[in-house]
Design a binder for this molecule. Structure first.
Ligand code: C2E
Ligand code: MG
Ligand code: MG
Length: 376
């Protein structure tokens, strides 16, 4: 209702505002003189929605993504115009949201491509095209590998290896992430069990949980099932969540996190430093570990300020008695700096890339003879 009010108050009486479904509104602007004035209106709409909204006792912030199609260039009938505006809106979302895009013909090719990818994604699990890779994590003080992060890989029959950076957002948009996320969780737990059987007991595996899983499905069912049926200990499982997952419905997220904790499963806050990094979250949510985002590590060697920022985050984590993992370490110099700053755990291509389970565990097994322990 608030969005509707803001939209109508901003447009002319001769314009049409409609809500066709869900969180999508449609606006028809008539008698527009030129493209520039459409862009101006789109910008005004985005700005007017960006302000805070109060719902009950909650302050919420929304952003808008606007897609524009123009009659008659982009379609002669309502259906085509709506469809093309929709395509343009998805493009606006992809390109960072909170922005507007005009429809262009090449978007249709991209949409088609995307629809094909979407269809094959839905079959990927059944077709055995999904795989979980593992990237080792090391404790800096001892130089020993003490955990791994589970990372999805999609081996597409025609396109080859597709990055999760591509298919996770797609899966989130279509809701398929619920199945895919459950599958990843279960695969990782089965892998822990296999390693336990091999006599490897002291490695924790962290699994990424999408904000969509956290807010719109109940990963607890899968976790409980794994803990009950498989021969694994809850401390061997860690869940990586991001701030965006916590923000949507804080109370729900807090409750869920506490339920994870009751099981003995640990929780890491992933990509820390990129989102809102609200310190209140660190107090309110039962978090065990901070994972510092790769962007801080990347700039370490060029940028004095990055070192200061990193140092502050590490001190913060230490004072709050949180574990800390720096991810994305690629060079010896970066490692040196992290060591000086007293970072607890590290992960990155410098030590090992994500790889199939057998390769990843080989790093651990060979360190039994100390070869692969990183020099401390
Ligand atoms: P993330 O959870 O932050 O995972 C770390 C990403 O950084 C991984 O990318 C990893 O391969 C990459 N990385 C690690 N060390 C280095 C390094 O030294 N240099 C560089 N350049 N990159 C490094 P990946 O595997 O492509 O995954 C990307 C993202 O996809 C993950 O970011 C995570 O958000 C998401 N993802 C992956 N698997 C899953 C999953 O099972 N479920 C969910 N919900 N998300 C997943
Ligand atoms: Mg992660
Ligand atoms: Mg991360």
């Amino acid at each position: 209702k608030t969005v509707a009010t803001r939209l109508t108050s901003l447009l002319r009486d001769s314009d049409t505002v409609a809500r066709l479904g869900g969180d999508e509104f449609t606006v028809i602007l008539e008698d527009i003189r030129d493209i520039q004035s459409i862009a101006q209106v789109a910008k005004k709409i985005i700005d007017s929605l960006a302000g805070m909204m109060r719902i009950g006792e909650h302050d919420v912030y929304v952003t808008a993504s606007v897609g524009i199609s123009v009659y008659p260039e982009d379609g002669q009938d309502v259906q085509t115009l709506l469809m093309n505006a929709d395509t343009a809106m998805y493009r606006a979302k992809e390109q960072g949201k909170n922005t507007f895009r005009f429809f262009t013909a090449d978007m249709n090719t991209a949409t088609l491509e995307r629809m094909r990818l979407e269809t094959s994604l839905h079959q990927a699990i059944n077709n055995n095209e999904m795989q979980v890779y593992y990237q080792p994590k090391y404790e800096l003080r001892t130089g020993r590998m003490n955990g791994l992060e589970a990372l999805l890989r999609w081996q597409h029959p025609e396109k080859g290896m597709i990055s999760p950076a591509v298919f996770i957002p797609l899966a989130e948009e279509t809701g398929f992430i619920k199945q895919l996320g459950d599958w990843a969780l279960e695969s990782a737990c089965q892998q822990i069990e296999r390693w336990n059987r091999m006599g490897v007991h002291d490695l924790a595996v962290s699994v990424n949980l999408s904000p969509v899983q956290l807010n719109y499905s109940n990963p607890l069912h899968t976790i409980d099932r794994c803990l009950q049926r498989l021969d694994i200990r809850p401390e061997q499982l860690e869940l990586e969540i991001t701030e965006s997952g916590l923000m949507q419905d804080e109370n729900n997220a807090i409750a869920l996190l506490h339920q994870f904790k009751e099981r003995g499963v640990r929780i890491a806050l992933d990509d820390f430093g990129t989102g809102y990094s609200s310190l209140a979250y660190l107090r309110r949510f039962p978090i065990d570990t901070l994972k510092i985002d790769r962007s801080f590590i990347r700039d370490l060697e060029q940028d004095e300020e990055s070192i200061l920022m990193l140092e502050s985050i590490i001190r913060l984590a230490q004072n709050l008695k949180l574990g800390i993992v720096a991810e994305g370490i690629e060079t010896e110099q970066q490692l040196k700096i992290l060591r000086t700053l007293g970072c607890e755990m590290v992960q990155g291509f410098y030590f090992a890339k994500p790889s199939a389970a057998d390769t990843a565990i080989a790093f651990f097994l060979s360190q039994q003879n100390d070869e692969h322990a990183i020099a401390s």
